[in-house]
Design a protein around this ligand. Structure first.
Ligand SMILES: *Cc1c(COP(=O)(O)O)cnc(C)c1O
Length: 393
């Protein structure tokens, strides 16, 4: 189907932060397949895990015990707020599971009327019917029929407004601690704490979508950790970096939030199969290393400093630098799609974003030298954008 506006580029090989086209040209990858290849391309441990498991067993069924799934679930629950995990094949499915878990929780508590999921403008939760209406981005819902009941839209950043929307039919509040597609917009820790409090007072469940901002992207294993335990979720969707490129997602929850998820209430054919779990486990074992998080914070600091320099030198091109860790948004004065092309002309891959942003989402393993190379390429892209704007004026 013609749903993608594709760039005329095809890659056949990747190594670390580099991608090589079928013509053998090297690109510096600062989008990582939209925050997926967090450990870089062809990470030896992930390649080995895939090969080893690929020769043993790919798939059985969730009607049997899957030891690799139990190991990865144990690792995820030991390192997060969660007690239980459900594995999926994508982010959108993790969101579906989160929404179902929240509604079923209230149903099990004798409150079947609590079905409303409160979401925010600028959000992105995936492309299933529930996920598009939870985010309510006009471009993504257009033509896909009337909104199903139980989705309420709130304004990003407006906690007072949110308080007025939470009522007797609210099941959960769903948000990205740092919005990805929306243009790297971050909730403050104070706001998240206030929302957590609101949830506690009203018996509302708090769902975080950390599909993009989680698993080390912000310099902590999960973005919610920046609030030091004062804004933990009840349910959390993860995916993207979880498999480092192998399709795998997960819905994490506390045992109480998941009380309605009893045998038969949910399932997946592929979700959590041995092949996906072997790669996911290898990936998470790397991502939980404290030295990697330290590295992310260091490179992120370098990027922020260098990018604010660019903003000073090109105020006619760069309007704002935002985001957290290595989820970086650059808000532009010139069209973001054109800027992505200028970057590609410099052999640098970056992602687009809402609010006329471009996003830098490099592999977390990117070195300071490689980050400096990215900055030089961005500087030349700014120069091109400036020249183009001048010629048009
Ligand atoms: C990518 C993404 C999703 C959807 O994940 P898919 O694997 O494409 O279904 C949901 N939420 C956020 C924040 C994302 O970045």
């Amino acid at each position: 189907m013609g749903v993608y506006a594709r760039a005329p580029l095809a890659f056949e090989r990747g190594e670390g932060v580099r991608l090589f086209t079928t013509e053998g040209e090297a690109y510096l990858d600062c989008m990582a397949g939209i925050a997926v290849t967090a450990l870089g391309h062809s990470h030896p441990k992930l390649v080995q895990a895939l090969k080893d498991q690929g020769e043993k067993l790919w798939h059985t069924s969730n009607i049997f015990k899957i030891p690799q799934q139990e190991t990865l679930a144990a690792l995820l629950t030991e390192t997060t707020f969660a007690d239980v995990v459900f594995f999926t094949n994508s982010g959108a499915e993790a969101i579906e599971c989160a929404i179902k878990t929240a509604r079923k929780h209230h149903w099990a508590n004798g409150h079947p009327e609590r079905i409303d999921i409160v979401g925010f403008d600028g959000s992105f939760h995936g492309r299933t019917i529930a996920a598009i209406f939870a985010a309510n981005n006009p471009t993504y819902v257009e033509g896909f029929g009337p909104p199903p009941p139980g989705f309420v839209g709130a304004k990003f950043g407006d906690v007072e407004g949110l308080k007025k929307l939470v009522g007797p039919t609210t099941a959960a509040i769903l948000l990205e601690p740092v919005q990805g597609e929306g243009g790297a917009r971050s909730w403050t820790e104070a706001q998240l704490k206030e929302i957590r409090q609101l949830c506690d007072e009203t018996g509302t469940l708090l769902i975080y979508d950390e599909i993009q901002c989680g698993l080390g992207r912000t310099g902590k294993l999960f973005a919610y950790e920046w609030a030091d335990g004062a804004a933990n979720p009840d349910i959390m969707a993860v995916a993207k970096a979880l498999g480092g490129g192998f399709p795998v997602g997960a819905c994490l929850a506390t045992i109480d939030a998941a009380k309605g998820m009893t045998p038969g209430s949910h399932g997946s054919t592929y979700g959590g199969n041995p092949l996906a779990m072997a790669v996911g486990l290898a990936s998470v074992e790397e991502l939980v290393k404290p030295e990697l998080m330290e590295h992310v914070r260091e490179v992120a600091g370098y990027f922020t400093q260098q990018l604010s320099g660019l903003k000073d030198r090109y105020p006619d091109v760069v309007v704002d630098i935002r985001g957290k860790g290595l989820l970086i948004g650059i808000k532009l004065a010139t069209p973001n799609r054109e800027f992505m092309q200028h970057a590609r002309d410099e052999k640098l891959l970056i992602a687009g974003g809402g609010d006329n942003c471009v996003r830098l989402l490099p592999p977390l393993v990117i070195s300071i030298e490689e980050a400096s190379e990215a900055i030089s390429k961005l500087e030349r892209a700014c120069e091109t954008a400036r020249a183009k704007a001048k010629a048009a004026a």
